[in-house]
Write a protein that binds this ligand. Sequence first.
Ligand code: NDP
Length: 281
Amino acid sequence: MAIRMDGKKIAAEIRGELKGRVEALKARGIEPCLAVILAGDDPASKIYVRNKKRACEEIGIRSLEILLPESVTEQELIEKIRELNEDRSVHAMLVQLPLPRQIDSLKVLDEIAPEKDADGFHVVNAGRLFTGRASVLPCTPAGCMELIHRAGVEVSGKTAVVVGRSNIVGKPMAQLLLNENATVTICHSRTRNLGEITRKADILVCAVGRAKMVTGEMVKPGACVIDVGMNRLENGKVVGDVDFESVDEVAGYLTPVPGGVGPMTIAMLMQNAILAAEKHG
Ligand code: NDP
């Protein structure tokens, strides 16, 4: 059986650590504030926003929820972001993805002032990460790195494989591993012989969105396997991209789903909001 990388427990520890930083800010007269914009009524997005709000409340960050209708125009959304950019009481913000169809997400995300970009998706922050001058890290990849570090898994010199190349998970994840001197391969939907590649990985990160696609025979014995995927089955159960039972037999370290990467993502979001308040409050 692989060693569990318990994201739920580690995220609770991190939130505990962050509380102290919030108190220190408040003692300086700064109340950190995270604004969350939710456009439309996607049920999964509503749950994510609720969880983020709850985490804010727990550690003492003020959370500002901005709910916009599914029919919101790109211009209206941009105007809201500009208003929050100007608001000195708001230190960080995020726009919950996915956005309604009529809206160009990349254009909207680039309207957020880079210093208030809680998700680290702004093109300037992406560029900083890719040129080794990162100031804010995308939350999910940062959470995965934290899990790897806290498990004591060495990264430097290791072979790492990231399955998935999205701007918000796969690509920044690969870059973070590269920044720590792993030798990194990125796989995607056109990759041939996926199993042959994943089997070489000392560190394997799966961020695809296909239930249980990575099975035990695709994993190197002893590997550290991070499962980012969150897939809801017809019976309502949420499972990862990794087939937990078969991979558990082979891997050295493994994240559960739920309770692995998900809570870490929110903890890293809280950290980004606090960092923004510390730097620019
Ligand atoms: P995207 O849909 O944006 O990206 C999925 C990636 O998987 C793409 O790069 C795609 O390749 C690749 N892919 C699709 N099919 C295959 C295949 N058969 N073999 C190899 N690669 C494939 O998803 P996200 O990156 O946004 O999210 C990935 C998963 O992580 C989802 O389940 C999502 O719910 C979850 N997630 C979880 C978070 C958490 O906090 N736990 C946070 C964010 C996401 P191509 O580029 O060629 O299309």
